[in-house]
Write a protein of this length. Structure first.
Length: 269
């Protein structure tokens, strides 16, 4: 099968599984939270573009919105997906301008602020370097003195964040990190393996050949949806999600979604 034919089949499969997304999951432009007032019965879900987990260019908006279309929608309730930079997404939920934060890792600080759902995906942290860089990762100490591209607001392991010998250089998106890495303004990027792979596949080969993914052996990190503890409906939203997540895990719909996105390694078993 040709790559083009494979891509068409994959798109058709995802569309079939997540058809309800296009009917009940509405899209909003980036940065419109300030003026948006959702109608009654609409949950505002927010997060940053992070393909394939959240992708405004995907007809089904990515893995997380596809899962939410099966877990948070019903005849009385719809979901509005709002894409914006992660730091702004957190603020929108904290200030009550959005109801749900997607693809959220737990931290001690966040647990003081949010209610968390059961995990629905897991990520595997990797490093990305320039192909001509002889750097070899041998553990955390090998990152000493390195400039590491991160993203504003993302939750990284404490042992990484608290290591003062590693220089963190945050930007708004992983795409910005690839630009800086190519320009030799940083030494490495840290991000999820599937996200990094998706980024490389979206680039022209002449450009993507400049980069290389390095495994780290770090334990996978679970991701959740989260609601503000100031949101009185937060516990009910989390309960609804958890109940329906179990249902789609039991009936195979969850695995169908993950398989359609070739994301089985990111599945929660």
């Amino acid at each position: 099968m040709s790559p083009a034919a494979h891509g068409t089949k994959l798109t058709s499969t995802i569309f079939f599984i997540c058809t309800i997304t296009l009917l009940s999951l509405l899209i909003s432009s980036v940065g419109k939270t300030e003026s948006y007032h959702p109608p009654q019965g609409t949950l505002v879900v927010t997060g940053d573009p992070w393909p394939p987990f959240a992708d405004p260019n995907d007809p089904n908006l990515g893995i997380a919105p596809c899962i939410l279309s099966k877990t948070l929608t019903n005849p009385e309730s719809k979901v509005k997906m709002l894409f914006q930079p992660w730091a702004r997404a957190e603020i929108a939920v904290d200030e009550g301008r959005a109801d749900v934060l997607i693809n959220c890792a737990k931290t001690d600080r966040r647990e003081e602020t949010y209610y968390f759902s059961n995990p629905y995906i897991k990520i595997k942290l990797v490093l990305i370097k320039r192909s001509d860089d002889p750097f070899v990762y041998t553990g955390l100490n090998s990152l000493s003195g390195k400039r590491i591209g991160t993203v504003y607001g993302y939750a990284y392991p404490d042992y990484f964040i608290n290591n003062e010998k590693i220089y963190k250089d945050p930007v708004k998106t992983i795409s910005d990190n690839f630009k800086k890495l190519h320009a030799n303004r940083i030494d490495l990027i840290i991000d999820d393996e599937l996200v990094a792979t998706k980024q490389l596949l979206s680039m022209p080969t002449s450009y993507s050949n400049n980069f290389e993914i390095i495994p780290t052996g770090v334990a996978p990190i679970n991701l959740h949806i989260a609601t503000s503890r100031k949101n009185t409906s937060g516990p009910q939203i989390i309960e609804l999600f958890n109940t329906n997540l179990k249902k789609i895990m039991d009936n195979g719909v969850y695995q169908d979604i993950m398989s359609a996105y070739q994301a089985n390694n990111s599945s929660i078993k």
